[in-house]
Each structure stands twice: as C-alpha cells, then as structure tokens.
Write a protein that binds this ligand. Structure first.
Ligand SMILES: Nc1ncnc2c1ncn2[C@@H]1O[C@H](COP(=O)(O)OP(=O)(O)OP(=O)(O)O)[C@@H](O)[C@H]1O
Length: 591
C-alpha cells in the first residue's frame, strides 16, 4: 500500500538515501549497491512501470464509439466548405481519408468489434440444467487440445485428457472425465470417437459442447519434473497412442519437461528448449518399458556390444616398450586399453556391473532419467571430464593438448598396472605399480573405473586416482571406453561426458592426410581408407548405444578448432548450469 501511495521512485529515493548513509559508514558492498540503485536505467524503468500502473488503474474509456459516423456528418455540413477554402483539393482528400480510417479503427476498438460473435445460448435448457454445462470454444487454426474416449458398455463419450497449454486447457472449461453429451447440438452418445471428431471438425469458427462435468476433479499438485530421454520415440510409429497428432517425438538425450503425470500410461510433456505453450503426449515410464520388453522379445538375438578380443598373437614385447616411450605419462593407459581390444590376451571391463548393478542396468534400461539443473559451486571440487570416441578419432591427441595447454589446471589420472616398472618410470608418475593381488583387491572392492588385461598384465584407472587430482583443485581429464560411462556417472565424480565424433568421411580423408594411426603393430602408419571407414562404423555403434549419456558432442574436424571447442566445453561443464541425474543431487531420487 505504501508503495502505491508514495510511488516506487519515491521508495527508491528513500532507499538510496539509507544506502548513502551506509557508504559514509564504509559498510562493505554499500558503494556497489548505491551505484546500482542510482543507475539511470533503473530510474527510467521505474518511470515506465509507474506510467503503466497508472494506465491500468485508470483504463481509458472511449468517449464515443461512433466517432467516424459523427465526422462524416460534420464533413457533409458547412465545415467541409470552409476546409476546401483553406486547403487545396488533393491534399484535403488525403487528409480526410486518413482521418476517417483512424476514426473507423477507433470505433472498432471502442465497440469491441473484433471479438468473435458467439452463438446465442440455447433457450430450451433442460430441467436438470445445473448438471450440464454448455461450453463454447472459438476455434482458431490450432487443434482443440483434448482427446476423447468411449465407454464401451454405455456408449457414453468422455474427455480422456486435456492437453496442457492447448485451447481447451486455456479455456479452463473442459476437464478430463467430463462427459460430452452434445457437440454443436448433435447428441454424441453411442457414436464412435472418430465420428465425434468429424462432427467437431466440421464446425467453423465456434464449437459448442454440452457436457456433464466430472464431479470429483483430481487435484494437481504437480511439481516441476524433468527427464532425459534414454530412447527414441515417434508417435507416428506408435499404433497405441490415443492421438498421434497430440504426441511429441523425441530422441535419446533430449530433455523433456513433464507437465502432467496423472494418466498412468500417457504423460504430457514439452521438449526443451520449447517456445510452444502446448504440451504433447509421451508414453509413461511403465508404458515405454512395456513396449521395450515387447520389442526386445520380438527382435532376433543380438549379442551385447562388448569390448573383448581373443587374438593370441605374440609380437608385442617390443611393442609395449616403444609404446610407453612414445606416450609416457598420460596416453599409455588409453593406448594399452585400446590395443587390448585389438590384440592378444586382452579384455576390458567396465567396473560398473559389479559395483552398481541396479543403477547401471536401470539407467541402461529405463526409458527416462530424471534430471535437474546443476551448477557447480565455485568452492566445490571440479567435475570429472571423461572423453571418449571411436579408436583413432583423436581422443588422446585432444586430451594431451588440453593438459599441455595448462598443466596447472588440467591433469590426467595416473593408472595402475601390474607390469614391472621400466628404468625411467616412477611409481605414481607414469603408473602406480602394484602387485596382482593388490590389483585384484581393487577390482573386488569396485575401486576401478575400468580395467583391462594386456599381455598378461593388468591396467586400470582407480577412483582414488581421479579423486586425488580433483582434491588437489585441478580438473581431472581422463579418456574412457564407452562401457565405463556408468562407472564415472556418480554423485561423487559428476562426470561430464564429451564424445569425440569423426567428421563425415570426406572431411576425415582430408584432415587425416598427414596423420598417423597406431596399429596392431608397433609402428605408426598413415591412415588407410579402411581405417577411416572402420572409425565411422565404430562411431555409429557407440552412438546407437550411448548417445543419451553424452553431455557434449565434439566433431573432431580441424584440430585447432576442436581444441578450442574442448576448452570451451570443459569450462562450461565447470561454470555453467547443466542437466545432471537427479540422483546425484537428491539421493532420494530414483536412479
Ligand atoms: N582433427 C585432427 N586432424 C588431423 N589429425 C588428427 C586430428 N585429431 C587427431 N589426429 C591424429 O590422428 C591420430 C590418432 O589420434 P589419437 O591417437 O588421438 O586417436 P585416439 O582417439 O586416441 O585413438 P587410439 O587410442 O586408438 O589411438 C594421431 O596421429 C593424431 O595426431
């Protein structure tokens, strides 16, 4: 009340005076606040606000709503003659034409002529009139925003759901559960829903429903809920959706704002970022899980995409030495792990299935993952940066360049190995050298993010190793195999996953012309066309299985551009809000 009486600008002036006093008392921050409150833009903004408030209070009423008619009368009288004396002919015609147009617009607004003409209310309202409601909606180009269903026993037609933000919802007059008795005067009992829709589609301009409102409307205490889609969905390909046009399609990784979960089978959601007010139908978690199970049973058997090879070649003693010399502290583990896939006696394990069977499998199988917006507090440890991509795409190169750019900020996690150290190696620098027993112990206790065996030696990255870097205040940057994604997506590490994607084949050929690939053998050799095709194929497989987990996709085309992109993505991960699983922030949230 005080604000209205005194005016906002007056209140601001009082506050400024108070703050000025604080400035003279040298109170921390008072000067900044004073400068802010004194800013001319704030004064102007308040002035505009006050003007608008005044306008709202004393909303202008038209003095006449027939100004154009009156002016015609005036013109046809003597005044016209006087005007002709004062102004030459053409000019006066223009001025009069303009003035009439203006006055006619004024009259349209004054008479509220632009509002739709509603049909008269029916006169013969039945006795039980209070039990029915006549709802008149003005159709524009958008759909009505409601679906209907038929009670198969009684033949009665009901509103099945009202789409959030649609025409029916905005009217506030139709609700899920209302029984539709008539549409535009046609009784609809016993009709098929398609026939009812045809009746309503025929109507022009307005559409009138006679409904018996539902007596007990469910109370909505909907809270904001966001989900990351873990699967693709297209309503056009779903024969079970109540109305395909009311559905929304989404792809893995899309963020969905769930606006209505009242229906057990069909939720209403908006795909973010969204500029539309109207939501669309998506299948609920349970329904989508059911669909996935059904489609899984109908698929031919597909072996799990797994990083295991059983090549028994034995030409690598030499190779390992050269390898470690070439890539001493940071790239060794990845290289070993990568070559594990290609070479002898090797397997790579994500540590996760033993560590977190429930969260891993549920995240892989659940069609949605609840997410929240999270921004790291500047005083918290950094988020782990995990980079992955198909072999040869440039993960090691990008990671190496990032760390070299600023080793005071970025650091890799030192891997563990059971292989004996070489002359130049120091435990804790190139590797932590451990016994096989100690390594097995780490595996048993789920302390490894991923591990693998190569030529009889075990290699792995431990959680402690990543934690050590993070606790030192640096940003830990590691490269992982795709099947280790689940192991790094934890409340503690809050991994930000960067997927390095190869550019189209043409660009790969051009950009990798002078680059070398590390092959099965200890020599690096130029990329061949089949290496590039293999890379594309591997990328397709990774994307089809893991796309939903990627926080950033970096297309490694020009190396310099990719480095800049990587740096930007890492900065955003640490300093800007990102969608993360709700279970990281609220331990009670379902994984
Ligand atoms: N954008 C790029 N343009 C040209 N050459 C590149 C680019 N990115 C990486 N390279 C080169 O491609 C080769 C393979 O890159 P890198 O070793 O980083 O691959 P990787 O993804 O780590 O796979 P792997 O671990 O199997 O070797 C290296 O010689 C690297 O310098």
């Amino acid at each position: 009340m005080r604000v209205r009486a005194a005016g906002l600008r007056q209140v601001l002036a009082d506050v400024i005076q108070e703050v000025r006093r604080s400035v003279s008392q040298d109170i921390d921050g008072a000067e900044i606040l004073h400068g802010l409150l004194n800013a001319p833009w704030l004064q102007s903004l308040l002035k505009v606000y006050e003007c608008l408030q005044r306008r709202l209070r004393d909303s202008p009423e038209p003095y006449l709503d027939y100004a154009s008619g009156l002016s015609l009368q005036v013109c046809s009288s003597k005044v016209k003659c006087h005007l002709f004396v004062l102004f030459p002919g053409v000019l006066i015609v223009c001025v009069l034409f303009w003035a009439f147009a203006l006055l006619s617009a004024h009259d349209t607004v004054a008479q509220k002529d632009y509002e739709p003409v509603l049909p008269p209310m029916p006169e013969d309202l039945p006795e039980d009139e209070e039990a029915t409601r006549t709802v008149c909606l003005v159709k524009n180009k958008q759909p009505l925003g409601a679906t209907i269903k038929r009670n198969e026993i009684t033949g009665e037609i009901f509103v099945a759901r009202v789409i959030h933000g649609g025409l029916a919802d905005r009217s506030g007059l139709l609700h899920a559960g209302d029984r539709i008795v008539e549409v535009n005067g046609f009784p609809v009992d016993g009709m098929e829903p398609e026939q009812v829709i045809q009746v309503q589609a025929r109507s022009q301009g307005t559409i009138m429903f006679k409904v018996i409102p539902i007596t007990e409307r469910p109370v909505h205490n909907q809270t904001m809920l966001y989900m990351r889609a873990m699967t693709d969905y297209s309503p056009q390909q779903d024969p079970n959706i109540p109305c395909a046009d009311a559905g929304i399609s989404f792809k893995k990784g899309d963020i969905l704002e769930i606006v209505d979960q009242t229906d057990a089978l069909w939720w209403q959601a908006k795909k973010l970022p969204s500029s539309v007010a109207c939501a669309g139908l998506i299948p609920s978690t349970n329904l989508l899980k059911r669909k996935q199970r059904e489609s899984w049973w109908s698929q031919p058997y597909q072996p799990h995409f797994c990083m295991q090879t059983c090549d028994k070649g034995n030409d690598g003693v030499f190779f390992s030495d050269l390898l470690m010399a070439l890539f001493p502290p940071s790239a060794g583990f990845r290289r070993s792990m990568r070559l594990c896939r290609r070479r002898a006696h090797s397997t790579i394990h994500p540590s996760c299935p033993t560590r977190c069977p429930s969260s891993c499998y549920s995240a892989l199988n659940s069609p949605y993952e609840e997410v929240v917006r999270y921004q790291r507090h500047p005083e918290d440890v950094h988020r782990l940066i995990a980079i992955l991509g198909p072999s040869g795409v440039g993960v090691s190169e990008l990671r190496r360049r990032l760390i070299e750019m600023n080793p005071n900020i970025f650091q890799g996690a030192v891997p563990h190995t059971t292989r004996p150290p070489r002359g130049y190696e120091e435990s804790g620098r190139e590797y932590y050298f451990t016994s096989r027993e100690a390594f097995d112990n780490m595996v048993y206790n789920n302390r490894l993010l991923e591990y693998g065996e190569y030529k009889g030696n075990l290699y792995g990255t431990s959680i402690e190793s990543a934690r050590h870097v993070l606790n030192s205040g640096k940003i830990c940057v590691i490269d992982i195999e795709p099947n280790a994604i689940q192991a790094v997506r934890t409340h503690e590490l809050k991994a930000y996953i960067i997927y390095v994607k190869p550019p189209p084949l043409e660009r790969l050929r051009e950009t990798r012309r002078d680059s070398y690939i590390t092959t099965d053998y200890y020599v690096n050799r130029p990329f061949k066309d089949e290496d590039l095709q293999e890379m594309e194929e591997a990328a397709r497989k990774i994307e089809s299985q893991y796309w939903q987990f990627f926080d950033h996709i970096l297309i490694n085309d020009e190396l310099q551009d990719s480095c800049v992109q990587l740096l930007t993505a890492v900065r955003q991960a640490q300093d800007e809000p990102q969608w993360v699983p709700a279970s990281w922030i609220r331990p009670t949230a379902e994984p």
